[in-house]
Design a protein around this ligand. Structure first.
Ligand code: AP5
Length: 214
């Protein structure tokens, strides 16, 4: 299955994409994770992306489209992929359609994660991420066994720079202005699927798998 996970910052896209990857083998393609890796390694892409990400702004379309096409060309995506965080603008959505056509791939579902703003704020303020591989935790809802340490690889957990309250506010504005309109592109099509993404991680996972017919 080839999927797009669509939704606001903190909606739970990354958490559910990682679960689907572990349980069903669909490869998670998180554009946010790709950019954070580039920042950590200190590449020129990372230096450029950081300027936008720290302010809660979107990285330019031309950069993101190139990254996703390069990733989709890798053979591990043949068994199915989850695009997590892409497309985020109308030009990205148009480029994706063109790219999938060229690669001979089809889109099976666009899952729209629906969550209240109050839940988003709580999820983002308590999020912690592992430095080595980006495993996702929450201090209250999904705490690691040992505070500040990843259960899976033992690396330290950190709080994302863009999870500070003023940057979260800007990311929400950017989502409403530039990303929400992309939904109109998909809403009328049969691939469009609404997901009630409130509730505990496993509850949402059960609902998601049912919605996907898994
Ligand atoms: P990105 O990393 O994609 O951030 P985002 O879309 O804002 O999404 P998040 O990662 O914040 O949230 P999520 O929905 O994955 O939630 P999560 O599962 O972590 O992008 C970051 C930046 O990169 C952008 O601002 C932009 O600058 C740039 N960028 C990326 N893609 C781009 C593109 N295509 N174009 C241009 N720029 C781009 O969950 C959040 C928290 O809640 C966690 O702590 C988790 O443990 C917890 N949680 C999750 N589910 C539940 C649940 N059901 N119950 C309780 N807690 C839960």
């Amino acid at each position: 299955m080839n999927l797009i996970f669509f939704g606001p910052p903190g909606g739970g896209k990354g958490t559910q994409a990682r679960l689907l990857q572990a349980r069903r083998g669909f490869v998670q393609i998180s554009t946010g994770d790709i950019l954070r890796e580039a920042i950590a390694v200190g590449t020129s892409l990372g230096r450029e992306a950081q300027r936008y990400m720290d302010k809660g702004e979107l990285v330019p379309d031309v950069v993101m489209i190139g990254i996703v096409e390069e990733r989709l060309r890798r053979p591990d995506t043949a068994a199915g992929f989850v695009l997590d965080g892409f497309p985020r603008t109308l030009p990205q959505a148009a480029a994706l359609e063109e790219m999938l056509g060229r690669l001979g791939r089809r889109l099976d579902r666009v899952v729209d994660f629906q969550v209240s703003e109050a839940t988003l704020v709580r999820r983002l303020s308590g999020r912690r991420v592992c430095q080595a591989a980006g495993h996702i935790y929450h201090v209250e809802f999904n705490p690691p066994r040992q505070p500040g340490v990843c259960d899976i690889d033992g690396s330290p957990l950190y709080q994302r720079e863009d999870d500070r309250p003023e940057t979260v506010r800007r990311r929400m504005e950017v989502y409403r202005a530039q990303t929400a309109p992309v939904l109109e592109h998909y809403r009328a099509r049969s691939v469009y699927t609404v997901l009630d993404a409130e509730g505990a991680v496993e509850e949402v996972s059960t609902r998601l798998e049912a919605a996907l017919g898994l």
